[in-house]
Design a protein around this ligand. Structure first.
Ligand code: G4P
Length: 510
């Protein structure tokens, strides 16, 4: 079995993703000083405008993938943690990153439960049956009743929950965490009340907490590997990233239970990691910050084979192989620099715009991965040109940027204005900034009457009929596919009910 565990952390801002990432990297020996990740996270969040991010791009490229190793029973497990940008940076990048992982850790604030962003990201995981381990963070503080949190996860996300640990009190009363598997309690130590490694194997637990823990064990399903791997059950860990509780248990669970690299759909076939050719797909493209260079880094999730530096790979649809001489391979610090990568690894490929999100790369150009979706935009804006003579340049720019995955573009069936759709506000800032810097097109964005979009499919005759009635709300996307622009979620539901023989899809596969 492969020793790779490629995963992401999903959470609402402030739940503790950065702190947990740091603790995971510390445990894996990938960083030595607490604060390294935090500083980076803060710098990223302290964005006041897009250009600042551009200046920091050199940093964010390398922090997009964090790799660390840990030994388990004589075997080295390699963890690839893919960063999903947080709240303000929320964009399709975040969604797409989740297409490149095999599992996810969902971090929930013990006092706040499931928050909107957690839920959105969870839905994306569900779409692809990505298995989820839940980490209820901040139990060192006053929080909700843990039963309430468990029931909320179960109800809101329609998942079976299987608690693996139990907090002995919270906040001022916090006395440690009971691990159901070992019966041991990890205790807070010293003035900082941190977990420093002391595990109590014969713990005295106050009666009411002992009863609670007992109830939690009998009242919820037992852990079931198959149910977890198919995305129907989530094991739940309680802990404190800040005080180091539950972190070892979490990382051990990822090593033990999280799936190794999975096969990826390619049309009617699936490509398994054992497939002897190197294959992969691009899930993210990051443009270089320097507007004078059109250099880009394309992030490839390797699906199969053993990649070697200098290897030639053919991007789907291009027919011409490209030699990958200077790939960015992400390795744990202190690991001997190797020149190979395996299924589950991420490779950064510098290029001049040849590689696009959704592209397949393979040795013999025989494979094409499917299932990398576009997501229905949640913000739709009209593009207003400041100089009307630049229509052609604008169209070219919008086509380019939509292929790169920065935005989605919709050409309404009526009217001349182009509509751009995004899932996060930041994408709009990026759009305006890049239109101006790279294409010399000055444009503004105006409100549009639309709130979301759905791709429509169905019998051509029914589609024609629908089209003739709804033209003001219809557009074509970059590929010419028909899109219904909806004014509200209600609008979507109304059309779905009225047209039971058409499908209205919130995602579109390339
Ligand atoms: P994010 O990346 O998900 O946005 O969250 P981040 O790790 O930055 O954590 C958000 C805040 O929550 C931070 O406090 C952090 O110290 C705190 N925090 C994270 N994990 C825990 C935990 O287990 N227990 C407690 N009590 N707090 C936790 P901050 O005040 O915003 O930042 P800082 O000034 O402390 O760095």
């Amino acid at each position: 079995m492969s020793n790779r565990r490629t995963f992401a952390i999903i959470s609402h801002p402030d739940a503790g993703k950065t702190t947990l990432t740091e603790k995971l990297l510390l445990q894996g020996g990938a960083i030595h000083l607490a604060g390294e990740v935090k500083a980076r996270g803060a710098a990223r969040r302290a964005r006041s405008d897009w250009m600042k991010i551009e200046q920091q791009r050199g940093i964010s490229v390398t922090s997009s993938v964090m790799t660390f190793d840990k030994e388990y029973e004589g075997e080295t497990i390699t963890f690839n943690l893919l960063d999903t940008p947080g709240h303000e940076d929320f964009s399709e990048d975040t969604y797409r990153t989740l297409t490149a992982v095999d599992s996810a850790v969902m971090v929930i604030d013990a006092a706040k439960g499931i928050e909107p962003q957690t839920r959105k990201l969870f839905e994306v995981c569900r779409l692809r049956n990505v298995p989820i381990i839940t980490f209820v963070n901040k139990v060192d503080r006053e929080g909700r009743d843990p039963f309430e949190t468990l029931d909320e996860v179960a109800d809101m996300l329609a998942l079976d929950v299987s608690p693996q640990m139990w907090p002995i009190g919270m906040g001022g009363q916090f006395e440690g965490i009971l691990d159901f598997a070992t019966g041991e309690v990890s205790r807070p130590e010293g003035p900082s009340k941190e977990f420093l490694g002391k595990r109590d194997s014969d713990p005295a637990i106050p009666e009411d907490f002992a009863e609670e823990a007992e109830l939690a064990q009998v009242g919820y399903p037992e852990f079931d590997l198959e149910a977890y791997r198919s995305g129907d059950l989530t094991p739940v860990f309680f802990g404190s990233a800040l005080k180091n509780f539950g972190v070892t248990e979490l990382i051990d669970a990822i090593a033990k239970y999280a799936p190794p690299p999975r096969a990826q759909p390619a049309g009617d076939d699936e490509i398994a990691p054992e497939y002897d050719e190197v294959t992969g797909f691009i899930f993210k493209v990051q443009a270089n910050m320097d507007p004078n260079h059109r250099d880009r880094i394309a992030f490839m999730r390797q699906v199969s084979g053993t990649f070697k530096r200098g290897m030639k790979l053919t991007p789907s649809g291009l027919g011409k192989p490209i030699a990958i001489h200077s790939p960015i391979l992400f390795f744990a610090q202190d690991r001997e620099i190797a020149d190979t990568a395996e299924a589950g690894d991420i490779i950064g490929i510098p290029n001049h715009g040849t590689l696009r999100v959704g592209d397949t790369l393979s040795e013999k150009d025989t494979v094409r991965f499917t299932g990398l979706p576009n997501f229905a935009p949640e913000i739709l804006r009209r593009v207003q040109l400041k100089d009307p003579t630049k229509t052609k340049q604008l169209r070219k720019a919008l086509d380019d940027l939509s292929e790169e995955g920065v935005i989605q573009v919709f050409y309404p069936e009526l009217g001349a204005n182009h509509i751009v759709g995004v899932v996060g506000q930041l994408q709009l800032e990026v759009l305006i900034s890049r239109l101006s810097a790279e294409y010399k097109v000055e444009a503004a964005l105006e409100d549009s009457p639309f709130a979301t979009a759905r791709w429509i499919k169905g019998d051509p005759k029914l589609l024609d009929e629908f089209e003739s009635f709804n033209r003001p709300n219809l557009a074509r996307d970059r590929d010419g596919d028909l899109v219904f622009l909806a004014k509200s979620p209600w609008d979507v539901n109304y059309q779905v009910e009225k047209n039971p023989d058409l499908t209205f899809s919130a995602t579109k596969e390339r």
